[in-house]
Write a protein that binds this ligand. Structure first.
Ligand SMILES: [Fe+2]
Length: 413
């Protein structure tokens, strides 16, 4: 597809998004407030929530406060702990069955993006006569979901405010997204105490996922005043707090900041979309089982570098907003400082610079998939084609040293 047609699609998408109204969830934000979620349930006269979570969160007793508060306040509940790291259609069907067998009337999603995404689609399946695969894509959900409260236990996906759920078809190994404003939970609770024991490697990778959401939303073509504000706020918080939170995981003020940053980034990207960093991360994740946040963290500086000639003004704005530049410098220099700061954050948090697992024989296939995912879906500042992406994948693998820079063969957009 040529550039004019791709840009026309971006413009149409931008106009459509501006006409959509996004529901605003009720919010609880504060230490220990997951023990107050029962109030949201009882206020609405629901009596039996299904809690959707994973086995690890139960084993680590992170869910205990929520469960105890439901028990003490005499709200009956059942726990579905069958969510896998990449939730599958099978996980969703098991959850739907469990909900129906136990006559539940509401859902509490407790966990990282996987649990929240899984809960969203369980909820959609309860009220909609469609199988999971029929909901793939945009706006396929007709009926309102049962009451859904999301309690994130990582600060990265922002799934508590997004229209998206990413599901894996376990038979074909295909990962696909379901996007609909009806998937935005009715309420969410950001409780920093739940993140106090999160390993610092997860703090780093999930935080860099949130940073990628915010940057891709900001530098893309579909930003609005609303998404720009939330994206910039998220980026400022992440630059200020992520590294500190990585070093001092028990600091609840920093955990709260990062939960807010993830939420703000979610608000931004769910309206303004993402970009090639995610397209590459999704496909590397599928092929080499790389965790999503880690893949984003590694790929982010390379895509910013490759997009710099079309995005340097916005990157310079981010450099000034985050305070990483002082004095008078050109926009291009400020953009370089901003990208350098991301590399530095990765280095401090032990995130590798390269992905040596990328095999020569996989590169054409990966580039084709990335191009297919990104064009025309993502309103990126600079459009890249297959050959450009192949070059970038080689550089991500470590074929070229940083000093060599990127090849100059990028198509003009
Ligand atoms: Fe992401």
């Amino acid at each position: 597809m040529n550039i004019a047609l791709i840009r026309l699609r971006h413009l149409a998408f931008k106009l459509i998004v501006r006409t959509i109204s996004f529901p605003e969830p009720e919010e609880l934000v504060g230490n220990g407030l997951s023990s107050d979620v029962y109030k949201l349930i009882s206020k609405k006269n629901y009596r039996k929530p299904l809690i959707v979570t994973d086995k690890m969160l139960i084993k680590m007793n992170i869910i205990d406060g929520l469960i105890e508060s439901l028990r003490v306040n005499k709200i009956d509940y059942v726990v579905f702990n069958g969510v896998q790291p990449n939730p599958t259609i099978g996980n969703i069907e098991d959850g739907v069955k469990f909900y129906k067998e136990n006559n539940c009337d509401s859902i509490i999603a407790f966990g990282g993006g996987s649990s929240i995404d899984c809960a969203k689609v369980i909820a959609a399946r309860i009220t909609n006569k469609k199988d999971v695969y029929q909901m793939k894509g945009l706006f396929k959900i007709r009926k309102k979901l049962p009451y859904l409260v999301a309690i994130p236990t990582t600060a990265g996906t922002g799934s508590e405010v997004t229209v998206a759920a990413v599901i894996t078809n376990e038979k074909s190994h295909e990962k696909f997204a379901i996007n609909d404003t009806k998937l935005i939970p009715a309420a969410y609770c950001l409780d920093p105490e739940l993140l106090a024991g999160l390993p610092n490697t997860l703090t780093a990778s999930t935080g860099m996922d949130a940073l990628t959401h915010a940057i891709e939303a900001y530098i893309g073509w579909n930003g609005t005043a609303y998404t720009d504000k939330y994206a910039i706020d998220a980026i400022k918080i992440i630059f200020e707090s992520l590294q500190k939170s990585f070093e001092d995981g028990k600091n609840l003020t920093l955990r709260r900041e990062m939960l807010l940053a993830s939420n703000y980034a979610g608000r931004a990207f769910t309206r303004a979309s993402i970009g090639y960093v995610h397209a590459i991360a999704h496909n590397l994740g599928g092929l080499y089982n790389l965790p999503h946040g880690l893949a984003n963290a590694i790929v982010l500086p390379y895509i910013l570098e490759a997009s710099k000639d079309k995005a340097y003004k916005k990157l310079a704005t981010l450099a000034r907003e985050t305070g990483v530049v002082e004095g008078k410098h050109s926009d291009k220099d400020q953009a370089d400082v901003f990208i350098g700061r991301i590399r530095h954050m990765n280095m401090i948090m032990g995130i590798p610079q390269n992905i040596p697992e990328i095999r020569d024989r996989d590169i054409p296939y990966l580039a084709e998939r990335v191009e297919k995912e990104g064009n025309p879906a993502y309103p990126v500042p600079k459009i890249l084609y297959r050959k450009d992406i192949e070059n970038i994948l080689r550089i991500i693998r470590g074929d070229a040293s940083e000093n060599q820079g990127l090849p100059t063969t990028f198509h003009k957009s």
